[in-house]
Design a protein around this ligand. Structure first.
Ligand SMILES: Nc1ncnc2c1ncn2[C@@H]1O[C@H](COP(=O)(O)OP(=O)(O)OP(=O)(O)O)[C@@H](O)[C@H]1O
Length: 573
């Protein structure tokens, strides 16, 4: 909670103003019963009209002041809470952007979304309430007790007896509430996850007629959320009755003994009215407190979840050295030396003793069965993950000593699954280089063989791509992703099976264009037809290199390669 609330610091002055206004409101609230008592004793009972008018005017003036203070307090409280939430969301978002993939995988996507949306809102609400009413409640209780003692110490005792009982009771409730609401937030995470998966796979759901199954899956998580929320709220429901019971007992005692004091003439009626008024205010403050506890318990659970994100450190040390490379004699060169890799979440080695070298401008095809470790190998180059053992050199320098930003600037990466963002086609290509002129965008799209298709769209490069590019074909998406990587003008281009959806002719044209480029290329492919055109082919099986050479060489040296080639009818049996 403390870590999260440290983000209020920049707004401490608006928060202080809000608190001062709240204190002013409270002061007026506490003074009001005294004035009422005065009006009753010196005005109504003494039948002094002038006195009633005079103190009535004072009462009106301070009530107006309290009203104004309340309005301005609302403005400052809201400004502080909104700005705090805005900053917190941005800080968390930036933190997540800086996560390495393995750190990112420690949280589920849905959970991160809940933390940035729902959790921030909970804490923001509590901050607003704190500035508006939360601190006012305990202060109103203390102030009422003090004022009641000032008015009539004997009667005030009856109010004090109940206060510690209520305070301990509320403390227990807060502690329990935090645990309960923590569970509720986890349920919200799960609900979001199911919803997210369902919406992402909506076509599959329809194709496999899994609508009913998905509905029952959603119903289950929604019902868990309902049950846990009800449990948490039900616990909170005990607060009000207990609170009212204790306070009403105190009030009864005040009235009982107060009436006796009036009868014996030891206390004026105004005193009793004032004390009853303070007792009512205490009850009001306690019930306000009970209401706030619900929000506080939720917010505490939310703040803990946010603090978890904020305090998570990357397991990979990100270098920010500005070490310059020795003149570009190794431009685009790449080497793996005895690389071993195991995913942080896994146990088995995915890559074992992988060593190879790619010269500047060379095109290397990587082949192997599914799950052999081809994508993993590519992802180690831009350092999405850290090697478990061995070294990877990019342009003669260990990737671990590269400034991560500079390393990624020289690499164009096209993942297996093409991802497009909401925006125009030009925006999507410019993702590779936001500053690129239209000429450069056109060169990239022509090289990626997508220019003609874009020209055919009614709005050309300004055509809007829906969420995740739903209005484009798989092959178009792949080529746009390639154009994006080409625009980056990286010295190393990594393509992870990114032409699988293209027809033979388009694919051939694309490879011809790519081969003519200067960049060093590593191309994961399942097709012998594609691999054939590479300078060399690396064959991987279960994370180990089992073959290296040109197409002709591998046909001679690798039985596995020959088997694949035969299965794809690229060579005679
Ligand atoms: N993020 C991850 N965490 C844990 N294990 C993973 C992760 N990604 C992949 N793996 C595992 O690593 C192994 C290699 O996966 P990889 O994606 O590198 O294979 P691939 O050769 O590219 O396969 P394909 O041709 O099917 O894409 C697989 O057994 C897979 O289950």
């Amino acid at each position: 909670m403390k870590e999260v609330f440290s983000y209020v610091k920049p707004y401490k002055w608006t928060a202080i103003i809000a608190l001062c206004l709240m204190l002013l409101e409270l002061f007026v609230e506490l003074v009001q019963p005294l004035i009422m008592a005065k009006i009753i004793d010196d005005g109504v009972r003494a039948q002094n009209q002038a006195m009633i008018l005079q103190w009535g005017a004072v009462l009106f003036a301070i009530s107006l002041t309290a009203f104004m203070a309340g309005v301005i307090n609302s403005y400052f409280s809201s400004h502080t809470a909104q700005s705090f939430a805005y900053d917190l969301r941005n800080v968390m978002f930036e933190k997540i952007q800086a996560f390495t993939l393995s750190t990112y995988q420690k949280f589920s996507t849905a959970s991160l979304i809940t933390r940035l949306t729902n959790d921030v809102t909970q804490v923001q609400t509590v901050l607003f309430m704190s500035l508006r009413i939360m601190l006012r409640a305990p202060l109103a209780v203390i102030g009422s007790i003090v004022m009641a003692f000032v008015v009539n110490a004997k009667l005030a005792m009856f109010l004090v007896i109940g206060a510690p009982i209520i305070a301990v009771f509320l403390l227990v409730m807060v502690t329990k509430g935090v645990a309960y609401f923590g569970r509720v937030q986890k349920r919200v995470d799960r609900l979001n996850r199911v919803l997210q998966e369902n919406l992402q796979a909506i076509r599959l759901v329809k194709a496999y007629l899994r609508g009913t199954y998905e509905a029952s899956r959603f119903e289950e998580v929604a019902s868990c959320l309902k049950i846990d929320t009800m449990k948490a709220l039900r616990m909170m429901e005990y607060i009000m009755p207990v609170l009212l019971f204790v306070m009403n007992m105190g009030l009864l005692a005040v009235l009982w003994f107060g009436t006796k004091q009036i009868a014996t003439g030891t206390a004026p009626l105004g005193d009793i009215v004032a004390i009853v008024n303070y007792a009512m205010r205490m009850t009001g403050a306690f019930s306000m407190f009970a209401f706030i506890i619900i929000f506080y318990a939720r917010a505490k659970a939310s703040a803990e979840r946010m603090a978890e994100v904020l305090s998570t450190e990357n397991d990979v040390e990100i270098m920010t050295t500005s070490q310059e490379l020795p003149a570009n004699q190794y431009e685009g060169e790449l080497a793996f030396e005895h690389v071993y890799f195991t995913y942080p979440s896994g146990e088995n080695a995915i890559l074992s003793d992988v060593s190879f070298r790619v010269k500047s401008g060379e095109k290397l095809a990587i082949m192997g069965a599914t799950g052999a470790g081809k994508s993993t190998l590519l992802q180690l180059i831009p350092r999405f993950y850290e090697v478990t053992a061995g070294k990877i050199f990019v342009e003669g320098q260990d990737v671990r000593t590269w400034d991560l930003q500079k390393l990624r600037e020289i690499i164009g990466y096209v993942p297996q699954q093409s991802l497009l963002f909401t925006g125009s086609i030009a925006d999507n290509v410019r993702w590779g280089d936001a500053e690129a002129e239209m000429d450069a965008v056109l060169r990239a799209t022509m090289q990626a063989q997508i220019h003609a298709s874009v020209e055919d769209f009614p709005h050309g490069y300004e055509t809007k791509v829906g969420q995740k590019g739903v209005n484009l074909s798989g092959g178009q998406k792949q080529r746009l992703s390639i154009a994006r990587a080409l625009l980056r003008k990286g010295r190393i281009l990594l393509l992870d099976d990114s032409t699988s959806a293209l027809d033979v002719q388009t694919e051939r044209a694309l490879w011809d264009a790519l081969r003519a480029g200067q960049a060093t290329m590593l191309v994961v492919t399942q097709k012998i037809r594609t691999a054939k055109g590479a300078d060399a082919i690396l064959l991987i099986d279960e994370g180990k290199i089992v073959g290296y050479g040109t197409h002709e060489e591998l046909l001679q040296t690798s039985a596995l390669y020959k088997k694949i080639a035969i299965s794809q009818q690229e060579v005679e049996m």
